[in-house]
Design a protein around this ligand. Structure first.
Ligand code: BT5
Length: 241
């Protein structure tokens, strides 16, 4: 069964990830919950995801024993969708942000419930206005490119790209997914500060590891691999690097 072969579609819902959790025991591998509007869209750490008409909001239910690479897969699938089909080059900011012209145009929220993965994707496709608190931070594909793309067409392209990458994951061709991630990321060479539950890590990004961890060179020369955290790119150059 392919990605999206079972579809739960709503014109409005609280959150596609929340709905996916409710139906998880009946769902099949690759089932999708899709909505035009979310009234309680969520980001990571219970943050709010602004989800008006014009965006794409979906959650894909996946049965895989490789959960760590799913955020990577989701970011690559979004970028491949826009690059392969619309000539729009998006950038991935680790771990889960999609950027265009220095503005966030998409996000990924991966959750695991009873060993089943819910891969939530939000894309600001044709949104024309953002609330004040997101001004300067968030934007949409339409605002940045002046291209108004058909939502269902983009959704179908996205399903196809997820399907390709999910097959690569199942066939242990994870190197291909990571290589694509390297092509799309805006992280390499950047100095970053990553807040993890245990500590704040400061370093320069040099690679992505086979398990999806971000590989950092630390100021003292050590290498550290970071699996998860909140990442801030530090614009100014630090002299001791
Ligand atoms: C994310 O969280 O970026 C994950 C977003 C995932 C949304 C999808 S939509 C379908 C599925 N169902 C859900 O309920 N969620 C998923 P995070 O890295 O925590 O970023 C959240 C932060 O991004 C917020 O605190 C805001 O600062 C900002 N933000 C909120 N809405 C935004 C938007 N539409 N576009 C860009 N930035 C936004």
């Amino acid at each position: 069964m392919g990605i999206g072969s079972k579809l739960y579609y709503f014109d409005e819902i609280s959150s596609t990830n929340e709905y996916a959790k409710k139906i998880i025991s009946d769902a099949t591998d690759g089932a999708i919950v899709l909505a035009d509007v979310q009234t309680a869209g969520r980001g990571r750490f219970d943050r709010t995801w602004y989800s008006p008409e014009g965006g794409i909001y979906l959650s894909v239910i996946l049965f895989t024993d490789k959960p760590l690479l799913i955020p990577i897969l989701a970011g690559v699938a979004i970028c491949e969708t826009f690059y392969n089909n619309y000539d729009i080059l998006l950038g991935i900011k680790w771990p889960n942000d999609i950027f265009l012209n220095d503005r966030k145009v998409g996000g990924v929220l991966v959750e695991i419930v009873d060993g089943v993965i819910i891969m939530g994707i939000g894309i600001n496709l044709n949104i024309v206005k953002f609330p004040e608190e997101l001004e300067g931070l968030a934007s949409s594909i339409f605002l940045e490119t002046k291209k108004r793309l058909d939502k269902m067409m983009v959704y179908n392209d996205l399903c196809r790209e997820i399907d390709n990458l999910y097959n690569a994951l199942k066939e242990n061709r994870t190197g291909e997914i990571l290589q694509k991630w390297r092509n799309y990321t805006i992280m390499f060479g950047k100095t970053v500060e990553i807040e993890t539950p245990l500590k704040t890590i400061y370093g320069r990004v040099i690679d992505i590891a086979g398990n999806g961890a971000l590989v950092l060179a630390l100021p003292d020369g050590r290498i550290e691999k970071v699996m998860a955290g909140d990442c801030r790119i530090i614009k100014e150059r630090k002299t001791w690097f």
